[in-house]
Design a protein around this ligand. Structure first.
Ligand code: GLN
Length: 503
């Protein structure tokens, strides 16, 4: 018997289209998987059972009427809770928006629905996407399906965990400094941050507008490619002026040979303090796997990468401070009752609506943008941004993609990283990619020899070459599978048997 969790998105859509099973059966299997696993994982903030069943019913009716179904017909999908979907609350895992009902649907969400996907619910995250462990959610923590005593990563930890536990087949996350790639790494799934502008940000609650990008999680590269097709279908979104008209077919040529392609590695980075032996071993295995498929490994450098975290923690908080000013208890968000003045109401609404990490980021942003301060920090950060972008341009003259770790360690135990600056440092390998706006994807390459937790390699590509990037990711996945280090499509072992039966 096939369970929902053993099927790829393409397999589910094909089964629904051929009538092997109905979209309603798939939605029920996903609800059963959620029911069986949520007690341990807690990936969701809301499960939208009614929406899911209504959407699946429509898919089944369309099939009965002989209509052509979309490429994600009946595929159970979850959305990070910073994406608007009419019929759900969009809380950003914050008390500030605890009761906020979505009044419109984000373009990225709508495009998944247009492709036929079934919306299963909204996933947990770090509050307003500030964080790397999902622990800053105001509501509850999410546990890593590979070891429930460990964090799932963040900020899109719920989306990664829901896919890793087999509750849904695909999910969407957002990545401002690594929030798709790092939780994908920690949960042993594939996660892609497309090039900035490739996917519309309309209807996604903004953190750092020049850095934010939406992307998919899946259990194999093919599922991620399928989701990417849905996200760019229809081309440029006129509701997001930074979105671009990119609509390649990400599935076309996905399995083509990568013989002769060049992948850059950065030897100095592999000596970085804090990088664990098991991550280094995983990257070595990835290199061997790519070489076995005919990829040529070349050495490149990104000389200004060491300044990326500093630049990000100027640009990110500055933009967050501006973006989050709207949550004042009048225009949006929690409103403190019984205040004597508007000033008091604003102050107390914000004091009680935001958690400590959200406050820390906004206070930092307020300071950085103050007169007399911003020329000392904001300007240099923008200069560093130009340098990093130039570094990538130089590096990509010598290679098609760069391979580096997704994170310096595997998923840590709850409580192991409590100092915010230590948490910030863990984004070392992902942040420069957001600063330059390029695409990046995290691919599982096996389990760590020390922790037994998933290890991933991250591939980064030039802007708007996400299709080629996914081809390299697919080659890596195949090479890793051939070396028997990881089997694509698998869920975390403890949850493999919990998925609802299907066919
Ligand atoms: N961990 C980083 C931060 O805390 C990145 C978060 C993200 O990409 N949303 O800012």
């Amino acid at each position: 018997m096939d369970t929902l969790s053993s099927m790829s998105a393409a397999r589910i859509a094909a089964g629904v289209a051929s009538g092997e099973f109905s979209a309603t059966q798939v939605a029920e299997a996903s609800l059963a998987a959620i029911e069986a696993s949520e007690g341990e994982v807690r990936a969701f903030l809301q499960v939208s059972a009614d929406l899911a069943l209504a959407s699946a019913k429509r898919t089944d009716e369309r099939r009965a009427a002989g209509e052509q179904l979309g490429p994600l017909a009946g595929v159970p999908v979850a959305f990070k809770d910073n994406m608007h979907l009419v019929g759900t609350r969009t809380t950003c895992a914050s008390r500030m928006l605890e009761n906020y009902e979505s009044v419109f649907t984000a373009t990225c969400v709508q495009r998944m629905l247009d492709a036929g996907a079934t919306p299963m619910g909204k996933t947990n995250m770090d509050e307003f996407a500030f964080g790397s462990s999902t622990e800053s959610s105001a509501f509850h923590r999410t546990n890593n399906p590979w070891d429930t005593g460990r964090v799932p990563g963040g900020s899109s930890g719920g989306s990664a965990a829901a896919v890793a536990a087999g509750e849904v087949t695909i999910s969407l996350g957002s990545d401002t400094g690594g929030s798709i790639r790092q939780p994908a790494c920690f949960c042993g799934v594939v996660g892609m941050k497309p090039t900035y502008g490739a996917v519309s940000r309309y209807g996604v609650v903004a953190f750092g507008s020049s850095l934010d990008q939406v992307g998919p999680f899946g259990r194999c590269v093919q599922d991620v490619a399928l989701a990417m097709n849905a996200l760019v279908a229809g081309g440029r979104d006129s509701l997001d002026s930074t979105s671009q008209d990119v609509r390649p077919d990400f599935l076309e040529g996905l399995d083509d040979s990568v013989e002769g392609m060049r992948v850059g590695v950065i030897p100095a980075l592999m000596e970085h303090e804090g990088l664990t032996a098991e991550v280094r071993e995983g990257l070595q295995a990835a290199r061997t796997a790519l070489e076995a498929r005919g990829v040529q490994i070349v050495e490149v450098e990104l000389p200004n990468m060491a300044s990326a975290i500093a630049a990000y923690y100027v640009i990110g908080p500055s933009e967050a401070f501006s973006n989050l000013a709207r949550f004042d208890g009048v225009r949006f968000g929690y409103q403190e009752p019984n205040c004597a003045t508007l000033a008091e109401q604003t102050a107390l609404s914000r004091a009680h609506g935001f958690g400590s990490e959200a406050k820390r980021r906004q206070m930092l942003g307020a300071y950085l943008l103050a007169a007399g301060v911003y020329d000392k920090y904001y300007y240099p950060a923008q200069q560093v941004r130009t340098l990093i972008t130039q570094d990538y341009r130089n590096a990509f003259e010598r290679c098609d993609a760069i391979m580096l770790p997704a994170a310096p360690t595997c998923a840590w135990r709850f409580g192991e990283v409590s100092d915010p600056t230590q948490m910030y440092a863990s984004d070392l390998f992902t942040i420069s990619n957001n600063i330059a706006g390029n695409g990046g994807v995290s691919v599982p390459v096996g389990l760590g020899s020390q922790t037994g937790m998933p290890v991933a390699a991250q591939l980064q590509g030039p802007a708007f070459q996400d299709k080629k990037l996914l081809r390299v990711a697919r080659a890596l996945e195949l090479g890793i599978e051939e070396a028997k280090l990881h089997r694509p499509g698998t869920v975390a072992p403890a949850f493999a048997k919990k998925g609802g039966d299907l066919a």
